[in-house]
Design a protein around this ligand. Structure first.
Ligand SMILES: Nc1ncnc2c1ncn2[C@@H]1O[C@H](COP(=O)(O)OP(=O)(O)OP(=O)(O)O)[C@@H](O)[C@H]1O
Ligand SMILES: [Mg+2]
Length: 747
């Protein structure tokens, strides 16, 4: 353990940042030729499910709503202070120009520096100016935490609680009511809304925020908005004629139905304005100048290959040398966060008694929302908060108290490894960030006062970073999106997209959907495919669930699928108590492998939950080295899935229990979903994919790690030194043959 004094040794590793060439947003926008993008590691995750309450008075412990309850009804001085804060934002002086521009144009591209007030203010300006008419204003966010925390802030600014005038809707959580006029949503949720309301007719304005991230869902939304604009904003006479042609005498009603114009606003601090403007046929571009508080940027003088160590030293240098203010550290992933959390905590415990304490808060996608929102809680007196985050905290959010940002310059990016694996899979790879990300990260400081950003890379390295990364649609699995689009009678390959994915990735998605039975051989949507899309699950898990009723095991498959959809892992790995953890795990182990092992855990947890208090449950989980968060989250997800089952007229209570043949029924259902994730044993003890050519090993975390069984199914592949299959069960070879399209391959 280094002594604090030794930390001063790095005090000269930084050089102050010379402003980059793109000093103003206008200049920057002209310079860029490629779309901005960054990885979204948030949206596919299923988090806790909370019941919708009609007035948004959800009793959950969700952070933003808790905050809203604290702030509503606010006292007059608090209200006045918020009012003053709003008036001091750079966007305030351009308010009328922004509103006029949006009033006069169907599509507006709005660019303004981080913290200038785009996300919180523009929707309020539009509402106050009456631009939303009787409809709602939707503001999309690539990440859930941004949608929920912004709704909370804007509700406070409007002196109401979240769920009334200002609400949000994210996967498995919603706080809205009939009074809601401003709604923060994830882009994925809005794409999903298209399924029930293809014209998005409830919305008068759709603001696509952080459009530079170019998530897969943002791109799908943009393509749909372009079509929607044509339909909803067509001149009334054209609509009337069109309606007459199709509507068999209902011309008049349809005409008035369609007379519901839509406004679209595209926003970001780091956006390639021309590309977006061109995509929307020459949309107007508005720039909001200036930022409220300066951010001083430092680069290291030399490169720092051990970025975790450099972040550690920089944090303690700030902690010992700099005035109060919380610190936000950007790291690529959960492992780095956990290791840095440990070292910071260890070191902080050894600080002299008179030094201020350190409160470490991790922040990554796999943490449940209630944990994530802890970063927004006020820092206790005499403490400095240190938030360790992935790029989940990179855009959009304001974390009150944060004055210092430490940027390691690394992120994890989702990439589709089709070429290596035959069937293809998404994997997360650590890579350097883009200049756009670096600007966004620095923008998390300086929101309430002066800020400082310490980049753990040199200025030359910054200049050499790519300005943008590839849009997600060009590098990720498209299966779920292709299915959703088919439900809208759309084909991805025919959609007017900003960037078109490679033919091979569309082909892989189509093959997967045909294998799952969601599309038929002519690639048309089947009734089964439509049912699959109704479940907020990845298509393979939706397929497994829909295979269960015929096999009589819906209740069991629901339990397994809910745990697999949870955002954290079920088992706790303990380096310090490895043997005890292995002993505990053995108690649940099922000879067939990990899926029935999960079921054993869920059943044991249900027994404990029925008999024990909350504390007793927690204690049991701790002793069993189980992650209670995962189990509690799975219970919520299961409740949500049961609701969908009911709407689909599936009796979720039907189960096989401990009857003879229970194991084979459950595994048969899982095979139907994991049909692409099947492999046969090779003479050398490795496994070869049935659908591809990849040679796999069973991951060390699996209960089947040392076993040699004729055939396996698995949940996912992870790519480290080898390609490993994780979440593995042994199955008889003939189960695979039951999937019609795989019969030939199994002979
Ligand atoms: N939860 C909050 N607590 C305190 N201040 C806040 C909060 N949310 C927003 N603010 C204030 O409002 C300002 C504008 O925030 P807003 O999110 O609208 O900016 P933005 O232009 O959208 O920034 P970005 O490009 O980073 O998303 C912040 O810089 C901060 O001063
Ligand atoms: Mg914003």
């Amino acid at each position: 353990m280094p002594k604090i004094a030794a930390l001063h040794g790095i005090s000269n590793i930084y050089s102050k940042h010379k402003p980059p060439g793109h000093a103003t947003p206008r200049k920057r926008a002209h310079k860029r030729e490629h779309a901005w993008v960054d990885v979204s590691d948030d949206d596919l995750e299923v988090k806790s499910s909370k019941k919708l309450s009609s007035k948004g008075t959800n009793k959950s412990d969700h952070g933003p709503r808790k905050k809203a309850r604290l702030s509503a009804p606010p006292g007059p001085s608090f209200k006045e202070s918020l009012h003053q804060q709003r008036k001091q934002l750079p966007i305030y002086s351009g308010k009328d120009a922004v509103v006029d521009m949006i009033r006069e144009n169907d599509v507006t591209v709005l660019i303004g520096e981080t913290g200038s007030g785009k996300t919180t203010q523009v929707p309020q300006y539009l509402l106050e100016a009456g631009l939303s008419g009787s409809g709602m204003i939707a503001i999309t966010q690539p990440r859930k935490v941004a949608a929920t925390s912004l709704a909370s802030r804007v509700a406070s600014e409007q002196s109401t609680s979240v769920g009334s005038l200002v609400g949000y809707s994210v996967r498995f959580d919603e706080a809205c009511s009939s009074d809601t006029r401003i709604k923060y949503v994830t882009d994925g949720m809005l794409v999903r809304e298209l399924l029930g309301d293809p014209l998005l007719s409830r919305y008068s304005v759709v603001i696509v925020d952080e459009a530079h991230e170019r998530t897969l869902r943002t791109d799908l939304l943009l393509a749909n908005l372009k079509t929607l604009l044509r339909t909803r904003n067509a001149p009334t006479s054209a609509v009337r004629e069109g309606a007459k042609g199709k509507g068999k005498g209902k011309g008049k009603e349809r005409a008035s139905e369609k007379l519901n114009p839509l406004k679209v606003v595209i926003m970001s601090a780091t956006l390639e304005a021309e590309k977006f403007s061109k995509f929307f046929g020459g949309a107007q571009v508005v720039y909001v100048k200036g930022r409220q508080h300066p951010v001083t940027i430092y680069h290291t003088k030399t490169s720092q290959p051990d970025y975790v160590d450099a972040a550690f030293r920089t944090f303690f240098q700030i902690h010992t040398d700099r005035p109060s203010g919380d610190v936000l550290i950007f790291l690529p992933g959960q492992e780095d966060i956990e290791s840095l959390e440990k070292s910071i905590q260890l070191y902080a415990n050894q600080l002299p008694k008179d030094a201020s304490g350190v409160l470490v808060c991790p922040m990554y996608a796999a943490l449940p929302p209630s944990q994530q929102t802890k970063i927004f809680s006020p820092t206790p007196a005499g403490m400095r908060k240190c938030i360790l985050a992935t790029n989940i905290a990179e855009t959009s959010i304001t974390i009150p108290g944060v004055k210092y940002v430490i940027d390691t310059g690394k992120c994890k990016e989702k990439r589709y490894l089709a070429k290596h694996t035959g069937t293809g899979f998404d994997t997360l790879l650590t890579r350097d960030i883009t200049q756009s990300s670096a600007v966004q990260r620095a923008g998390r400081a300086g929101r309430e006062g002066k800020g400082f950003c310490f980049r753990l890379y040199t200025e030359e390295a910054f200049n050499a970073l790519p300005i943008t990364a590839e849009p997600e649609i060009l590098r990720c699995t498209l299966t779920s999106s292709v299915l959703q689009l088919r439900c809208l009678s759309q084909n991805l390959e025919e959609l007017d997209l900003m960037d078109t994915p490679e033919e091979s990735s569309i082909a892989f998605a189509l093959i997967a959907l045909v294998l799952l039975g969601a599309l038929d051989n002519r690639r048309s949507l089947t009734p089964l495919g439509r049912k699959m899309a109704a479940f907020p699950l990845e298509p393979p898990l939706a397929r497994a669930l829909l295979a269960a009723p015929e096999l009589g095991c819906t209740s069991e498959v629901l339990a397994i699928v809910s745990v697999l959809s949870s955002s954290s892992s079920l088992f706790v790995n303990s380096h310090d108590a490895r043997d005890a953890a292995a002993d505990a795990r053995r108690k649940f182990r099922h000879p067939s492998g990990d899926h029935l092992t999960i079921l054993n855990v869920v059943r044991a947890y249900e027994d404990v939950a029925g008999a024990e208090s909350k504390a007793g449950r927690r204690d049991w989980c701790r002793k069993m080295f189980l992650n209670e968060r995962c189990l509690a989250e799975a219970v919520n997800i299961r409740a949500q899935l049961r609701d969908v089952c009911e709407r689909q007229q599936i009796d979720w209570r039907v189960g096989v229990g401990d009857s003879q043949g229970a194991e084979s029924a459950i595994l048969r259902a899982m095979v139907q979903g994991l049909v692409q994730n099947t492999a046969f044993l090779q003479p050398d003890g490795s496994y070869k994919q049935v659908m591809g050519h990849t040679i796999l090993k069973i991951h060390p975390s699996s209960s089947l790690v040392d076993k040699k069984v004729p055939a396996i199914i698995y949940d996912e592949l992870v790519y480290t030194t080898h390609i490993y299959a994780r979440g593995v069960s042994a199955i008889p070879r003939n189960f695979i043959a039951e999937v019609p399209l795989l019969k030939q391959r199994t002979r």
